[in-house]
Write a protein that binds this ligand. Structure first.
Ligand SMILES: Cc1cc2nc3c(=O)[nH]c(=O)nc-3n(C[C@H](O)[C@H](O)[C@H](O)COP(=O)(O)O)c2cc1C
Length: 183
């Protein structure tokens, strides 16, 4: 699949890192990270984002690069994933305010009726956040917050992260054994 991995400045860099690691070998990835996302990535993973992504096969674009193919509906991708998704980026997407490449790519996914998954990360959630999520969900965007899992008895943060990534891959119909399913 051709997948846009769009990384905004919410907490949860480990989620984008794991998603890229899982998809890197078998899929064509187009990656964009906001400045805030890169800063938080360094804080949370103790690794520079640019160093991490340099070792991967992905095509990487600046968030200001509107000449990127991701900015145009004529460039076909199979899915866009905002992971993690800040409530600022959520708000921009909900309003069609495409002021950077991440929000433009999401806007293109919506207008072209392509799969868009948003891993919105904030707590607690205000009525503004909830209304923005509802608005997008009603038009087919998948709102997939990084929820904790309990029934499959995670032993550590990695297990909890793999549950979220596994549920996300399920949305793309990508077979995975990242978490123990309920039998
Ligand atoms: C350490 C840190 C953690 C943050 N965590 C969140 C978060 O979990 N969710 C959120 O919506 N914003 C969070 N923010 C705020 C966003 O980074 C901020 O709103 C930023 O402008 C988002 O920009 P972007 O969506 O263009 O990346 C955090 C900021 C910092 C510095």
């Amino acid at each position: 699949m051709k997948i846009a991995v769009l990384i905004s400045g919410a907490s949860g860099s480990i989620l984008s890192k794991r998603l890229i690691e899982v998809l890197n070998d078998n899929h064509e990835l187009f990656v964009v990270a906001s400045d805030e996302a890169k800063w938080i990535f360094k804080q949370e993973t103790e690794e520079e984002f640019d160093e991490f992504i340099r070792k991967k096969k992905c095509k990487v674009f600046k968030n200001s690069d509107f000449s990127s193919p991701l900015a145009s509906g004529s460039f076909k991708i199979d899915a866009g994933i905002i992971i993690p998704c800040s409530v600022k980026t959520l708000s921009a997407v909900a309003c069609g305010y495409a002021s950077n490449l991440i929000t433009r790519c999401a806007d293109v996914c919506i207008k072209e009726k392509r799969k868009l998954i948003m891993v919105v990360r904030e707590t607690p959630l205000s009525p503004i956040h909830l209304e923005n999520m509802l608005k997008l969900s009603k038009i087919g965007v998948v709102i997939l917050p990084p929820m904790l899992t309990f029934y499959n008895k995670p032993k550590n943060l990695e297990d909890a992260v793999d549950f979220v990534i596994g549920k996300l891959l399920d949305q793309l119909n990508l077979h995975n054994n990242l978490f123990k399913r309920w039998e």
